[in-house]
Write a protein that binds this ligand. Structure first.
Ligand code: NAD
Length: 480
């Protein structure tokens, strides 16, 4: 049994109450360890440790903060195999994906912000009269970072890295569904020599640990990634306390394929944008709109490709679709497939749970599922399923597809496939989303603003936007 511990004030420790939660391996549907079932008293200890560390950390020269963060990045790289195996076991994702994407991105996050702070500068405004304005930037103090289960270490470090780079100290909570790599990160931070209390990791349930963080008066800001309902709850708690909030929430992203697209590229990428990580990426394009002239051709070719995706154990070389993250999540996804049928949808492929053999027979596997024949405004096309399920819908004009794409409470990302760049530009401007990809998907440049509109969230992460979020600006006007 793998025992996970909290990381508070530089020490690894159980929850003060001694209570634990089970940690389940989704590929096998079996318990393989425990995590601390922490509560407000553990959060209090973490806040105290972070407060104690803040004066020294915020005054630590940026070169030294950068050096320590680069050391963490280096240790993540050195432990690539171990971290990828842990991530895959904890989450159910294919091992190859964890090795290629999740873990390299975690070290890239540390490296990116460790070097960004070396280039940071403040604004200076010269005025016509004899005065100057200089804008000072200072860290906020103790900040909170709360992350989800779909890209565990990747998203956890995406928040922690800019926070500590900017000189804050952090209380962080990974998802209780996938806590393992956050725990391994705490070991690596100790090895790297990160000063005690700069990063504190409290494991446990959202309504206990996460809620205690949102409520804590000493936590100045909350950076949250997760579901929209949770985001609302955090905002309701933290907004009246005037905390800074960055909320990266759910999505139901449109993938718009025009007849003049590069067909093979659009097809191959759409397979990926539909089913990568079992469809459990907030950026997956779950609503696929195809111009009618190529609808049948695309549908036939898409089904053919999806049929060849192997559903299997995460560590198998040829597995393309691993396990979904948990039994409740599997049941939720399957219930949406039933809903789609009730709403008149036709299952073109998939639609069933997959039962593998041997050790994996109790794992949580679902066939990649393609559905057509649904209206764009039905529940299946409006609610976030967050699994390996996509719908296909034909369209006849730009105007029509924009209405269908924008009929959503969400506005995280979208993808447009066309070789007509004027059209791409026209549609991109009218799409209600924070991120638009044209002829590509999930092409990430960490300098760009990342975030959603509507119920997909508030605020932007990435590049200077993240460093801005984790700092307070003060303008000093000097009359000369
Ligand atoms: P979730 O909202 O259930 O949980 C996210 C985190 O919030 C977890 O750590 C959880 O323990 C914690 N939490 C739960 N209740 C809380 C509370 N009352 N107060 C404070 N914290 C609380 O989300 P999830 O199921 O882990 O993740 C899936 C969701 O995340 C999907 O909706 C997906 O779209 C979204 N997501 C968004 C992005 C993005 O960048 N916009 C990225 C990845 C995932």
């Amino acid at each position: 049994m793998e025992v996970i511990q909290n990381y508070i004030g530089g020490e690894l420790m159980p929850a003060k109450s001694g209570a634990t939660l089970e940690n389940i391996e989704p590929a096998k549907g079996k318990i393989y360890g425990t995590i601390p079932d922490s509560d407000a008293t553990d959060v209090q200890s973490a806040v105290e440790a972070a407060e104690a560390a803040f004066p020294a950390w915020s005054k630590t020269p940026r070169e030294e903060r950068s050096r320590l963060m680069l050391k963490v990045a280096e240790l993540i790289d050195q432990n690539l195999d171990r971290l990828a195996a842990a991530e895959s076991k904890d989450n159910g994702k294919p091992l190859k994906l964890a090795k290629r994407v999740d873990i390299p991105r975690a070290s890239a996050n540390f490296r990116f912000f460790a070097t960004a702070i070396l280039h940071e500068s403040s604004d200076f405004h010269q005025t016509d009269e004899e005065a100057i304005n200089m804008t000072l930037r200072s860290p906020l103090g103790v900040v909170g970072c709360i992350s989800p289960w779909n890209l565990p270490l990747y998203l956890f470090t995406w928040k922690i890295a800019p926070a500590i780079a900017a000189g804050n100290t952090v209380v962080a909570k990974p998802s209780e569904v996938t806590p393992m790599t956050a725990y391994l990160l705490s070991e690596l931070c100790i090895e790297a020599g990160l000063p005690k209390g700069v990063l504190n990791i409290v494991h446990g349930l959202g309504p206990k640990v996460g809620q205690a963080m949102s409520e804590h008066p000493k936590i100045k800001a909350i950076s949250f990634t997760g579901g929209t309902a949770t985001g609302k709850q955090i905002a309701a708690t933290a907004a009246p306390m005037f905390k800074k909030l960055s909320l990266e929430l759910g999505g139901k992203n449109p993938n718009i394929i025009f007849a003049d697209c590069d067909f093979d590229k659009a097809l191959a990428t759409t397979v990926h944008s539909s089913f990568a990580n079992q469809g459990q990426i907030c950026l997956c394009g779950s609503r696929i709109f195809i111009e009618r002239a190529i609808y049948d051709k695309f549908k036939t070719a898409f089904i053919e490709k999806v049929k060849s995706l192997k559903v299997g154990p995460p560590e198998a070389e040829d597995t393309k679709v691993g396990a979904v993250v948990s039994e409740p999540h599997m049941n939720k996804v399957l219930s949406y497939i039933e809903l789609a049928k009730e709403e008149g949808g036709t299952i073109l492929f998939g639609g069933e749970r997959v039962v593998l053999e041997g050790d994996f027979q109790s794992g949580y596997y679902i066939q990649p599922t393609i559905i057509e024949g649904l209206s764009y405004d039905c529940r299946t096309n409006q609610e976030e399923i967050f699994g390996p399920v996509v719908t296909l819908t034909p369209f006849d004009s730009e105007e029509e597809v924009l209405i269908m794409a924008n009929t959503s409470q969400y506005g995280l990302s979208s993808t447009i496939w066309t070789t007509d760049l004027n059209r791409a530009n026209r549609v991109a401007k009218q799409i209600q989303a924070g991120i638009v990809w044209v002829n590509t998907w999930l092409f990430r440049d960490l300098r760009t603003p990342f975030g959603g509109v509507k119920n997909s969230g508030v605020g932007r992460e990435g590049g200077w936007a993240a460093l801005d979020f984790f700092t307070e600006k003060k303008n000093v006007c000097i009359k000369l």
